[in-house]
Design a protein around this ligand. Structure first.
Ligand code: ZN
Length: 590
């Protein structure tokens, strides 16, 4: 059952977020906000912040964020209506329900799961006993799958037929579609999604069947693997294959191995490492990571982490910091997958996990390998690149261990490197509220734009009239400004935002502005004017125009009058009006 919208708003408005949070952690008042140790990730210094007035929280460590309802959902493990009821109870509010909603959703899920369960059984029986599955059985035996293993992992066989499963299940079209088991074809007939494939049923952590991964037999046409598409039961970014069977082993070892294939998961278990899970045809996501964190403190990547690319690697690293999980990379021989190694040399597979390199070490070595060390300049550049990687690690002692490695490889003095490293670390740790200077760099510009948004959140009356969308060079910042401009409560503003803008806003809500509205507005106005000046100059070089030259001359003078340290408010207002006008004209021409 769903709760009436009005009542949700009423519950939200009568809830004191600080009081709710205080039942779980100690909050301390710092300026306008409240801070404490985050209940959602392990930490020693507080990065969990609450804005009492807006009723919103944000964690700078793990990016947990939301309102009282989100907080109660996460901390009490409740669903949305459950969390609203919990808060309503505290506030002495009786909520009203709509007829449809939650109950329907639960009933529907049950029906879908029931169909999935029957499909798993039917495919499994076909594999065990059907004559047309002989080739599949032979293939599986050749890959080391005996009857016990086939039964344990509920492997199945989808016959090479259009609608064999659909004819057996006899479920309505929408159930067939929403389970991903089949679809209605152009002639209006039910058709199976899988055909002529060995099937690995994918279960969620509660052991419910939610999807299938299907492997084609060698020598047959078609892609090697075909997976269920996303469905109401199945979100690829959340489900990890094998977690239902391996969670006990993961907890016991306090370690999860992440690999890429279903057979790898099973191979690890065969080799005496019953703690591997696989992503199902997708990259490892933050949600996967959040799930694993509940079971273990260490994750070993057993795939080519290098091939996942720099961006993926950096994400792992952030999650490693945010969730306090150690991430290591298994030392697998290149080109061999874990499933094969588990049969040919299980001891080598175990050793590869045992000898896994900490993720930081893996990255440092990669940075060192990527650079040249043939010339003094090359060595310096390579060392800089490696130091930048090291600087991201929060532990000073850990960082120092890798400095020696860089010194050796680049033949540089370790003390000099240490000095350089602490400079890099200090630079990175510069407080958000550092005094603002002329935003000559992109970085400075970004800081000024963010500070303007921070002021717009906390002191809209002071800075509102001084700002315009045209002042924001960064598209995300402009989007946040557009959402803020019409005003209203923070909830209304957040509802106008896309997810990235909402993310930034929720952080800004718990941060405190350090800048002065006048100063920030002047910085942004001057920066926007310089951008306009560069644009006009470029146009004039391409196609000279006397009128444009006059505008350039006026603009140069106007910029000089807008000094951030001693702003001439009238000149700035004039310049802002001119910029807004320019933007409107440019918009019209387009
Ligand atoms: Zn946190």
């Amino acid at each position: 059952m769903g709760i009436v919208d009005e009542d949700i708003v009423r519950v939200r408005e009568s809830t004191d977020l600080v009081a709710v949070v205080s039942q779980h952690l100690q909050l301390k008042r710092v300026g306008q906000r409240w801070v404490g140790l985050c209940p959602f990730h392990a930490e020693k210094s507080p990065s969990f912040s609450v804005n009492a007035e807006q009723g919103l929280y944000y964690c700078f460590g793990c990016q947990a964020k939301g309102d009282a309802i989100t907080f109660v959902r996460e901390i009490e493990h409740l669903d949305f209506p459950g969390a609203v009821e919990w808060l309503a109870n505290k506030a002495g509010i009786t909520v009203r329900y709509t007829d449809t909603g939650e109950n329907e959703g639960r009933k529907r899920r049950k029906r879908l799961l029931e169909a999935m369960g029957r499909a798993v059984d039917w495919y499994h029986d076909r594999l065990l006993s059907s004559p047309d599955a002989r080739e599949a059985r032979g293939y599986l035996r050749s890959r080391g799958f005996d009857g016990d293993k086939v039964r344990r992992y509920r492997l199945g066989w989808a016959p090479d037929d259009w609608d064999a499963l659909a004819r057996h299940l006899r479920v309505p079209d929408d159930v067939l579609r929403d389970t991903g088991l089949g679809f209605v074809n152009r002639r209006g007939r039910q058709q199976d999604a899988f055909r002529g494939r060995v099937l690995f049923p994918i279960f969620d952590v509660q052991d419910e069947p939610v999807a299938f991964g299907g492997r084609i037999l060698p020598g047959h046409d078609g892609p090697k693997y075909k997976n269920s598409s996303e469905s109401p039961l199945y979100a690829k970014s959340k489900v990890l294959y094998g977690l239902n069977w391996m969670k006990a082993g993961i907890v016991e070892a306090d370690e999860a191995i992440v690999c890429e294939g279903y057979t790898d998961v099973i191979g690890f278990a065969d080799a005496g490492l019953p703690r591997a899970v696989a992503t199902c045809g997708t990259a490892l996501t933050e949600e996967h990571f959040r799930t694993l964190k509940r079971y273990a403190h260490r994750v070993v990547l057993a795939f080519d982490a290098d091939a996942a690319g720099q961006a993926a690697a950096e994400r792992f690293y952030e999650w490693e910091k945010a969730y306090e999980i150690d991430v290591a990379v298994a030392d697998l021989p290149s080109g061999v997958d874990p499933a094969d190694l588990s049969r040919t040399d299980p001891a080598a597979l175990a050793a590869a996990v045992e000898g896994a390199t900490p993720f930081l070490g893996f990255r440092v070595r990669r940075a060192l390998a990527a650079g040249s060390v043939d010339t003094p300049e090359g060595r310096a550049r390579t060392a800089e690149a490696a130091l930048a990687v090291i600087a991201e690690h929060p532990g000073e002692l850990v960082r120092d261990q890798y400095v020696m490695e860089v010194a050796d490889r680049c033949r540089l003095d370790p003390d000099q490197l240490r000095q350089r490293l602490s400079g890099v670390v200090r630079g990175e740790a510069a407080p958000v509220a550092a005094p603002l200077r002329a935003p000559s760099s992109a970085d400075g510009r970004d800081r000024a734009e963010v500070e303007a948004l921070r002021l717009a959140v906390h002191d809209p009356e002071a800075i509102g009239p001084l700002l315009d969308e045209v002042l924001f060079a960064d598209e995300l910042h402009a989007a946040v400004f557009r959402a803020l401009a019409p005003g209203g409560t923070m909830h209304e503003v957040l509802e106008r935002c896309d997810p990235r803008a909402a993310e930034l806003l929720q952080r800004l809500v718990v941060e405190e502005p350090a800048g002065d509205a006048d100063n920030v507005a002047s910085l942004l106005t001057a920066a926007a004017a310089r951008r306009a000046l560069r644009r006009l100059d470029a146009e004039n070089r391409r196609d000279f125009d006397a009128d444009r030259s006059r505008r350039i001359a006026w603009l140069k003078l106007a910029i000089e009058q807008v000094d951030p340290d001693d702003p001439d408010q009238e000149a700035r207002a004039q310049l802002l009006a001119w910029l807004a006008e320019e933007a409107t004209v440019a918009e019209e021409i387009r």
